[in-house]
Design a protein around this ligand. Structure first.
Ligand code: 9WO
Length: 253
């Protein structure tokens, strides 16, 4: 997959390219990143990349001509096939919310272009003309789109086939099936007066799988009931969730 990133701060992406699973994924060519900096597409002698908003008010916008030239260069830099299919994405709090399903959809594309805004953002006509999709990580404001782009890219890289190695398959991710993860435990077996749930030490794989399924349903019910509302539970899952609720109510009584 080819990803073109339009950013005034390409150096920030070292956090993604030089560490951990995402670093190895890029190193091994699962995802090819290129950077396109509006600073390099300025035409005025001062190399200005910001401009005043019409109508006044605080803050600046990204200067339009260098931004358009950069998006155009990023698109021209893609191979022809990728260019025809590329999706141009702007990361902003005004966008549609990204979830695991969206990440999966984007990760399957041949190429995407990520536009990272700075300052107060970009001219509305650039969004209309050049942006296919405006996406948000949540209802909060950053100082620019770079961290959001990196978060999205990290999520996309780790689900590329071959990214995680053998020990952790992305198909086992929580949220792949719309549920949260079951609680996990490592040593020590006893931490102050808290013991690891005995079933996890039992060696009974069927019992462990059943316990984890029940916990996943229960944890999702407790922490993110909005996720459960969107799911069609099987009879078996409904029975497990009912069991969890009973035990939970007995526990807090
Ligand atoms: C800056 C600013 C300064 C003065 C007055 C108003 C202002 N609004 C903004 C602003 O919203 N800046 C954004 C910074 C412009 C687009 C890129 N930036 C951004 C992206 N912030 N937060 C995101 C983001 C992206 C994805 N998910 C969550 C947040």
């Amino acid at each position: 997959m080819q990803v073109a990133v339009v950013t005034l701060f390409p150096e920030m992406f070292a956090a993604l390219t030089e560490h951990g699973v995402s670093g190895r994924g890029i190193e091994s060519g699962l995802l090819e990143l290129s950077f396109w900096n509006p600073r390099d597409y300025c035409t005025d002698k001062h190399r200005n990349v910001d401009d005043k908003p019409f109508g006044g008010g605080p803050g600046m916008l990204m200067k339009t001509e260098p931004l358009l030239a950069t998006i155009g260069a990023a698109r021209a830099g893609l191979a022809e096939q990728e260019r025809l299919q590329t999706r141009c994405i702007y990361l902003s709090p005004q966008g549609q919310r990204i979830n695991h399903q969206k990440v999966t959809e984007l990760a399957a594309l041949k190429s995407i272009t990520l536009v990272c805004g700075r300052y107060q953002g970009i001219d509305a006509r650039v969004i209309e003309a050049e942006i296919d999709e405006e996406l948000s990580l949540g209802d909060f404001v950053l100082s620019g789109g770079e961290f959001a782009a990196m978060a999205l890219l990290d999520a996309m890289i780790r689900i590329q086939p071959g990214a995680l190695g053998d020990e952790g398959s992305a198909t086992q991710d929580s949220l792949t099936d719309g549920l949260l993860h079951a609680p996990e435990y490592t040593r020590p077996q006893l931490y102050e007066d808290r013991a690891v749930p005995p079933v996890l030490l039992s060696g009974d794989h069927a019992a462990i799988a059943r316990w984890r399924s029940k916990q996943r349903l229960g944890v999702t019910w407790l922490k993110r009931p909005d996720l459960l509302d969107r799911l069609e539970l099987s009879q078996e899952q409904q029975a497990l969730l009912d069991e969890f609720k009973q035990e939970y109510r007995a526990d807090i009584a």
